[in-house]
Design a protein. Structure first.
Ligand SMILES: C[S@@+](CC[C@H](N)C(=O)[O-])C[C@H]1O[C@@H](n2cnc3c(N)ncnc32)[C@H](O)[C@@H]1O
Length: 251
């Protein structure tokens, strides 16, 4: 197994053009989450922002940081892909919402201990970094009482998604064991992902002084639309969650 950080940098630089197509609509839309754009007004994941020091871990095109900056937060974004950051910078100019964007690795954060009130990741460090490396870093840079919010694929989704994208979308049969779930090296993609079981997430939080406040499961609404139908049908996504989001606080 090679370095996942290098592999993911190459992967995300290559994906950046496709992601840039959705950047403007994400920046301009009301806050929403996941493949089916579940409104934040329904699930209330976006933390209180006014005056808060926030770091977005794996900020990509930067819209989550943009939503928080527009609500009064002091945001810093960090990402491993120069090309994703280039899109984020052009969106900052377009929406007149400048905040620092750093090129770096969320597994080795360039910040002092106790620097932030909030750490957040939507499909960033949340799935592209090794949890045994990025969770300790997120805990280190949060202040006591600070909040970590992160969203990635739901456990049931990761159990049922086929190894090959052409065999998708996600179905109702288990494709792999839950036991020891960790690193995913896809057969048809050079990107490397990480997903843990709920029990392993909770053990990791406990080890790093993080206390679970919420585990939010995201379902599609009956009229939801997505540009990711190759991954999940509307029918599946109204019965099982495509994503889950953890909200944990530092003791
Ligand atoms: C699906 S995007 C999510 C970000 C944002 N929500 C978006 O959709 O633009 C995943 C991002 O994670 C970043 N990433 C992957 N590995 C990383 C690492 N080790 N440190 C920081 N960012 C990383 C990628 O470069 C990519 O921009």
């Amino acid at each position: 197994m090679g370095s996942h950080v290098e592999a993911n940098r190459r992967y995300w630089d290559a994906q950046a053009e496709w992601y840039a197509q959705a950047a403007e609509s994400n920046w301009s839309a009301d806050p929403h989450w996941g493949l089916w754009r579940v409104p934040d007004s329904e699930i209330k994941l976006l933390p209180d922002a006014d005056g808060a020091d926030v770091v977005e871990l794996g900020c990509g095109t930067g819209y989550v940081g943009g939503w928080l900056a527009a609500r009064g937060a002091n945001v810093v974004g960090i990402d491993n892909s120069p090309d994703q950051l280039a899109t984020a910078r052009s969106m900052q100019a377009r929406f007149d919402l400048p905040f620092p964007l750093l090129w770096g690795d969320a597994e080795v954060l360039p910040f002092a201990d106790n620097s932030f009130d909030v750490a957040i990741s939507e499909y960033g460090a949340a799935i592209w970094c090794d949890p045994h490396r990025w969770i300790p870093e997120a805990a280190r840079v949060l202040r006591p009482g600070g909040t970590l919010v992160f969203l990635g694929n739901a456990q049931v989704f990761m159990l049922c998604i086929p190894w090959l994208e052409v065999d998708g979308p996600v179905g109702t049969e288990l494709q792999r064991p839950l036991r020891d779930m960790w690193r995913f090296d896809w057969e048809d993609s050079s990107g490397v992902e990480f997903h843990l079981s709920h029990g392993d997430w909770i053990d990791l939080f406990n080890k790093n002084g993080l206390v679970v406040q919420r585990l939010v499961e995201l379902y599609a609404g009956p009229d939801s639309e997505t540009r990711y139908e190759h991954l999940a049908s509307l029918d599946w996504s109204t019965r099982w969650p495509c994503e889950e989001a953890w909200v944990v606080t530092k003791q």
